[in-house]
Ligand binder design. Structure first.
Ligand SMILES: Nc1ncnc2c1ncn2[C@@H]1O[C@H](COP(=O)(O)OP(=O)(O)O)[C@@H](O)[C@H]1O
Ligand SMILES: [Mg+2]
Length: 235
C-alpha cells in the first residue's frame, strides 16, 4: 500500500473528530472518503497532511512512518493536499500561486512542469500574471490542483473539490481527477458528491461522526441501501 492509516484518532479538546479510522490507498488507486458535514473528513486529511497531530493511530506512506512527520517531510515524500475551500492566495498572481507548490522541490524540470500545467489549464495560462482573485471558483480549483501537481506528488488528497462549483466545472473536475489518475497518481478524494465520487473511485469509506460506518468497493457502496438513504437521495 502507498498510504496506510491505522486506527487514527484526531481530537479538538473534548471533540473526537476522528475515532479509530483505518484506510489505505494502493499505488494507482482512487479511494474516496464520504460523509456529511462534521463527519471528520477534513480532520482526517489535516492529520494526513501533518497540520494536526493525531492523538492515536499510525500513518504509513510508502513504507515510512509519517505519524509524527512534519508537513514539509510529507510533502517532500509525495503527499500533497488540495485543501477544503481551495486556499488560493488571492493577492498573488496565478503564477506565484503555482510556484508556492514548488518550494520544496529543486529547479530541475520546473519550467517544463509549469508549461505542462499551463497546457492542461489554458484558462490559467492566459491569466498567468493576473491576481488569482480574478479567477472563477472553478478556475481557482484548477489552480489549487495545479499547485499540488507542481510538487510532483505520488498521492493527491483532495478535500471536497467540487463544493460550490457549477455542474460544468464539477464535470471538468472529475474528468481531471480521472486523467491525473490515469497518469499514475494515487488519489484520496474526500467528497459529499457521493454519485460522482463513487463513479470515479475504486473503493470508499463512509464516515459518520468520526467513525467508519461503511467501507468497500465503489460498486458495493453505490448499491448499499443505507448509503442510498443517507446520501444518494440527497445528492
Ligand atoms: N478547529 C477545530 N476546533 C474544534 N472543533 C473542530 C475543529 N475543526 C473541526 N472540528 C469539529 O470536528 C468535527 C469534524 O469536523 P470536520 O473534520 O471539519 O468534518 P467534515 O470535514 O467531515 O465536515 C466536527 O464536530 C467539528 O465541529
Ligand atoms: Mg470538511
Amino acid at each position: 500500500m502507498l498510504l496506510d492509516v491505522k486506527d487514527l484518532e484526531v481530537t479538538y479538546g473534548r471533540t473526537r473528530a476522528v475515532r479509530g479510522v483505518s484506510l489505505s490507498v494502493a499505488e494507482g488507486e482512487i479511494v474516496t472518503v464520504l460523509g456529511s458535514n462534521g463527519a471528520g473528513k477534513t480532520s482526517l486529511l489535516r492529520a494526513l497532511q501533518g497540520a494536526r497531530k493525531p492523538q492515536g493511530g499510525k500513518i504509513t506512506f510508502d513504507g515510512r512512518d509519517m505519524t509524527n512527520a512534519s508537513p514539509a517531510t510529507r510533502l517532500a515524500a509525495g503527499m500533497a493536499l488540495v485543501p477544503e475551500g481551495r486556499q488560493i492566495f488571492v493577492s498573488m498572481t496565478v503564477h506565484e500561486n503555482l510556484l508556492m507548490g514548488a518550494y520544496l522541490r529543486g529547479e530541475g524540470g520546473l519550467d517544463r512542469d509549469l508549461d505542462a500545467i499551463y497546457e492542461r489549464f489554458p484558462n490559467l495560462a492566459t491569466r498567468r500574471d493576473m491576481k488569482a482573485s480574478v479567477l472563477s471558483g472553478g478556475e481557482q480549483q484548477m489552480l489549487a490542483v495545479g499547485r499540488a501537481l507542481i510538487s510532483r506528488p505520488r498521492l493527491m488528497m483532495l478535500d471536497e473539490p467540487s463544493l460550490g462549483l457549477s455542474p460544468l466545472f464539477v464535470a471538468k473536475l472529475f474528468a481531471l481527477i480521472r486523467e491525473i489518475n490515469d497518469g499514475g497518481l494515487s488519489i484520496l478524494l474526500v467528497e459529499q458528491n457521493t454519485h460522482m465520487a463513487l463513479d470515479v473511485a475504486q473503493r470508499g469509506v463512509v464516515l459518520e461522526l468520526g467513525r467508519e460506518m461503511l467501507s468497500g468497493s465503489a460498486a458495493e457502496l453505490a448499491a448499499d441501501p443505507s448509503l442510498a438513504e443517507a446520501y444518494l437521495g440527497a445528492a
